[in-house]
Design a protein. Structure first.
Lengths: 161, 709, 120
């Protein structure tokens, strides 16, 4: 799926508030796993472009980019989650989203391998397996959801900076 | 109708703060015993507006407090009470108190009532004292009529209404009044036309009608008197109660339901507006306000984005510029049509030059919108000088010059505190006591002058006192004791005087006539430097001192030097740069294997390698291959080593913290012409990161030894 | 649409009055003092003038007496916004030709209700 059609779908999904209990999630791939984030936090999806690095910042901070005049930090989610890093390719995308950090809203970009789809996920499906309780990234994991054949790891990226 | 009053709060706060400034300035002009009518009127009006607004918007605590302030002012204004120094002092304290209360409300907090109640007590004491003239009886409370106010026992009213002849000429319309009555209940109207004479003789503008109404309603008497409130003096109005079982028939079921329906609506009005008795109005309304939820101030989270008032001429000039821009754009568009040839190239160049010109003008105009006259900062000082001079028991005259000089609003807010510090010091330590001044052949009244003017792209603010000047020799001794300089150091008087801005230059007791001058001076300078500004000082013994603050006109734009380190491009604020140079290897010495020092003319300059500080991969580590940018940090020269220098340009400062964090050594970010982000260096931060400051003193000592060797 | 001229030196009060009246379907013009109001009232006819009393340059009472003296405003309702402490002001206002007054503080509902007495 290309970025333009994804952004269009994003807009559409945000405008249509579903009247069920289901929330819309944008799913993306990283190291063979599929993740999902609440679509309402997502502003847009962009292709990867070179950022300006911030001196003495953690490795997972790729730097800052210019989002229509606003300075936005970009974070490599693989690196943040301790997954092996890969070279960026044409399908590498940056998801621009709003998170809460220290009680203020911040706009950040996260670099992920590829964006896949938008799913409606019923809250009932949310469950966190005990095996994940010890995971070091536990604080960002909201739960797991079963979609079609695969498992989606739902994230909440507040305080991720 | 539901109207969210909170939308007016911002304007209310803004005008109230302005009103308080007006009050303060006015109060400072007043002298006890005098009664400068226009000044008192102005002060009164400001207090009155704050009271009116706070009442309307539901800030009861402010209304109550302003009420006593206003009452005293009113009595002084009318000459019923002579103005005393105590009054002026108390009123000034009230201004402060109100400012605090409003600030708290603005921040969404509950104002501290303690200060207000204490002051209110003082007002009550004053107001309880006798007046020059008897108080107007009208302001004494009269009792609310108590008859027939219990609901249930009243079923109706009989009203005789004989309007005054001139009622129409006051803009009152009996028809509307009757309609108002009808809204209270079931109304029957009888008209008496007996007074209408021969049609050829009557005055068409007069009213000849008389009415009798019977109103079936359990409304209160006040609801009726209120309708006639405006005309009761000119008209005969007679209201008699009709009680149950007597004049009115028992309402049947249908009538009852009809009545209820009618009452529902008028209850809205009758409960809220006041009866004719003036004095009770305030009580009634206060209670109504408490009950009415729409008036309660909502606790909204304070937003950082204040508002500014912009003169219409600034907006007009902006519109003009945009007009020009549109014309240029049209011209360029036209050029792009059709075949392109050499002739067009010249036009294109001219067009682009025009565009650059338009853009610059537009940018300046936009910046000008944020500019306000410095008088809003200066206006703090008459009060400060007055209070301090009383405390110090010195006669001090304050002179303000260049009050209309404009400055960015944000800068204005931030420069105020350092200025207060400098002015206070000038009064405390600069100006001599009266006897000393007389002995020195000076006017016994000391003089402080604040002067502001534009110079180049900067605003200059001078704080001038005609006091004794700095005692340079004592500063020198103190600096030697504190280890800031060596006994052998040859420093000019100016250099010595500047030492008072050094951190750790405490003059607390050793230099009695300077004591305190050193305290916090480093903070003053740091705060000014944080605004990309500088502070200098000139002093002549016996004649006084001049502190000169220089600030950029705005914080939003910065002249920057682009510098490259490896693949990274940083911006160094031009204001920090003294010079840039290629390093001559012969002039480099290395201290302890870690710190490189460049000898540049008579200076020894420590070198900070930017790639090192920022952990970047540089193009070269060889000092002679790159460039050294000599910058000034806290009056020390430091060399910043970079790979190369690129262009100089004006950049618009953007916040890095908005979506990220404060980064050491970086003051902000900007967007370059190609759309990429570039970070702006914070020189003080870079120097601190390099660890240079800690080793600074040791290095200075070694440097001195080297010089001798 | 009925036209109202709202006069007050306080911007917040002026905005509140104006906003409330506009919401109630009136056409509202604002003026910041008596001088400005008189100027505007001479060039445009209004169905109602609501004025604060304490204002710089020209106060509300002076404004009312000037307006009442104009042929175009002979019968036009002229209301003053006043405070509870201003009874003298009320008599002075009436003497100047004011139709009536609205006591501060008031809320939007009270304002609309009161205007019903003179403008429909």
């Amino acid at each position: 799926m290309n970025i333009e059609s994804l952004n269009a779908q994003l807009l559409e999904n945000q405008e249509l508030t579903p009247d069920t209990d289901a929330d819309q999630y944008l799913s993306f791939e990283m190291a063979g796993e599929e993740y999902g984030i609440d679509i309402l936090t997502v502003q847009e999806i962009r292709g990867w472009e070179q950022t300006t690095s911030i001196p003495n910042s953690p490795d997972y901070i790729k730097g800052v980019m210019n989002l229509r005049g606003t300075i936005v930090p970009v974070l490599d989610l693989r690196s943040k989650f301790g997954l092996p890093s890969v070279a960026y390719t044409p399908v590498t995308v940056v998801i621009i989203l709003t998170i809460e950090q220290d009680n203020t809203n911040k706009t950040i970009g996260i670099v992920v391998d590829a964006v896949s789809d938008v799913y409606a996920i019923d809250n009932i499906q949310l469950k966190v397996p005990p095996s994940l309780e010890q995971n070091k990234n536990r604080q960002y994991i909201k739960g797991l959801a079963q979609v079609d054949e695969s498992t989606l790891i739902l994230l909440n990226l507040n305080q991720v900076l | 109708m539901s109207i969210d009053l909170s939308q007016f709060f911002e304007v209310f706060y803004e005008e109230s703060f302005e009103g308080l400034d007006v009050m303060e300035a006015g109060l400072l002009e007043l002298q006890p015993g005098e009664c400068e009518t226009e000044t008192i009127n102005t002060i009164f009006r400001a207090a009155h507006s704050i009271k009116g607004g706070s009442g309307t918007f539901g800030f009861t605590s402010v209304t109550e407090f302003t009420h006593v302030v206003e009452t005293l002012l009113d009595q002084i204004r009318d000459g019923r009470r002579a103005l005393t120094q105590t009054h002026i002092d108390l009123l000034l304290q009230s201004v402060d108190c109100l400012r605090d209360m409003l600030q708290a409300l603005k921040a969404g907090e509950e104002p501290d009532s303690e200060q207000a109640s204490l002051l209110k007590l003082q007002f009550d004491t004053i107001l309880a004292g006798s007046l020059n003239l008897p108080k107007n009886g009208a302001t004494e409370p009269t009792n609310e009529p108590t008859e027939e106010t219990e609901t249930g026992s009243v079923t109706g009213w009989l009203i005789n209404f004989i309007p005054g002849k001139d009622i129409l000429k006051t803009g009152n319309e009996p028809l509307y009044l009757i309609q108002e009555l009808a809204a209270l209940g079931e109304l029957s109207v009888d008209i008496d036309l007996s007074a209408v004479g021969n049609l050829t003789e009557i005055e068409p503008e007069d009213c000849y009608f008389k009415w009798q109404f019977s109103l079936k309603s359990d409304c209160k008497r006040e609801a009726i008197t209120e309708i006639f409130e405006w005309i009761e003096d000119e008209c005969e109005i007679d209201i008699t109660q009709l009680s149950l079982n007597r004049n009115l028939p028992q309402p049947d079921l249908l009538a009852e339901s009809e009545q209820t329906e009618l009452i529902n609506h008028p209850a809205d009005i009758s409960d809220k507006l006041s009866p004719a008795e003036v004095s009770t109005v305030s009580d009634n309304l206060t209670e109504t306000d408490k009950a009415s939820t729409s008036v309660k101030p909502k606790v909204t989270k304070p937003t950082e984005s204040g508002s500014i008032r912009v003169g219409i001429e600034k907006v007009d000039s902006l519109i003009n510029m945009v007009g020009e821009l549109v014309i240029t754009q049209a011209m360029l568009t036209q050029l792009s049509e059709g075949e392109f040839d050499d002739a067009k190239l010249a036009s294109l160049k001219a067009g682009l030059a025009q565009l650059a010109h338009n853009t610059r003008d537009l940018q300046e105009s936009v910046m000008r919108i944020r500019m306000l006259p410095i008088s809003s900062v200066f206006s703090r000082f008459p009060r400060l000088v007055r209070d301090t001079s009383k405390k110090l028991n010195k006669q001090i005259e304050l002179k303000l010059l260049g009050e209309h000089t404009e400055l960015d609003k944000t800068l204005m807010e931030k420069i105020s505190d350092p200025m207060v510090h400098l002015v206070r010091n000038a009064m405390d330590h600069g100006l001599e006591p009266a006897d000393e001044r007389i002995a020195a052949g000076k006017n016994e009244t000391g003089k402080i002058t604040l002067n502001a003017y534009h110079q180049g792209g900067n605003i200059v603010i001078e704080i001038i006192d005609d006091g004794r000047g700095l005692n340079t020799q004592k500063i020198r001794q103190k600096a030697i004791i504190n280890g800031l300089i060596n006994e052998s150091d040859e420093l000019t008087d100016e250099q010595l005087n500047m030492l008072i801005f050094e951190p750790g230059f405490s003059t607390a007791d050793a230099v009695s006539d300077l004591s305190g001058r050193g305290v916090g001076m480093d903070v003053v300078r740091r705060n000014i430097q944080a605004l990309n500004g500088t502070v200098e000082l000139a002093s002549t013994p016996g004649e006084g001192s001049i502190f000169t603050i220089r600030l950029p006109l705005t914080l939003a734009i910065l002249d920057g030097q682009l510098a490259r380190v490896g693949e990274h491009i940083y911006i160094i604020p031009l204001v920090n740069i003294i010079e840039s140079l290629q390093i001559n290897a012969q002039h480099i010495s290395n201290l302890g294997g870690e710190l490189d020092i460049l000898r540049l003319r008579e200076d020894y300059i420590p070198i900070v390698r930017l790639y090192d500080v920022f952990s970047h991969q540089p193009s070269t580590q060889n000092l002679t291959d790159g460039l050294l940018v000599v910058v000034e940090n806290e009056n020390e020269k430091v060399g910043i080593f970079v790979d190369e220098l690129l262009s100089q340009q004006q950049v618009v400062i953007k916040s890095l913290e908005a979506n990220y964090f404060k980064v050491d050594g970086i003051s902000g970010a900007t967007i370059l012409g190609d759309g990429t982000v570039s970070l702006i260096l914070d020189i003080a931060g870079v120097v601190k990161l390099s660890g240079l400051s800690a080793r600074h003193h040791a290095m200075l000592a070694t440097q001195a030894e080297l010089a001798q060797a | 649409m009925k036209k109202i001229l709202a006069v007050d030196d306080s911007a917040s009060m002026r905005q509140m009055v104006s906003f409330t009246l506009k919401k109630a379907g009136f056409d509202v013009t604002e003026a910041k003092d008596g001088v400005e109001a008189l100027e505007i009232a001479k060039s445009h006819q209004f169905d109602l003038v609501i004025s604060d009393v304490n204002m710089p340059n020209m106060d509300g009472i002076t404004l009312i007496s000037h307006l009442r003296g104009l042929a175009e405003y002979k019968f036009v309702p002229l209301l003053m916004l006043t405070t509870e402490s201003g009874l003298e002001k009320k008599s002075a206002g009436k003497a100047a030709g004011a139709t009536g007054w609205i006591v501060k503080p008031f809320n939007p509902d009270q304002l609309i209700a009161t205007i019903g007495k003179v403008l429909r």
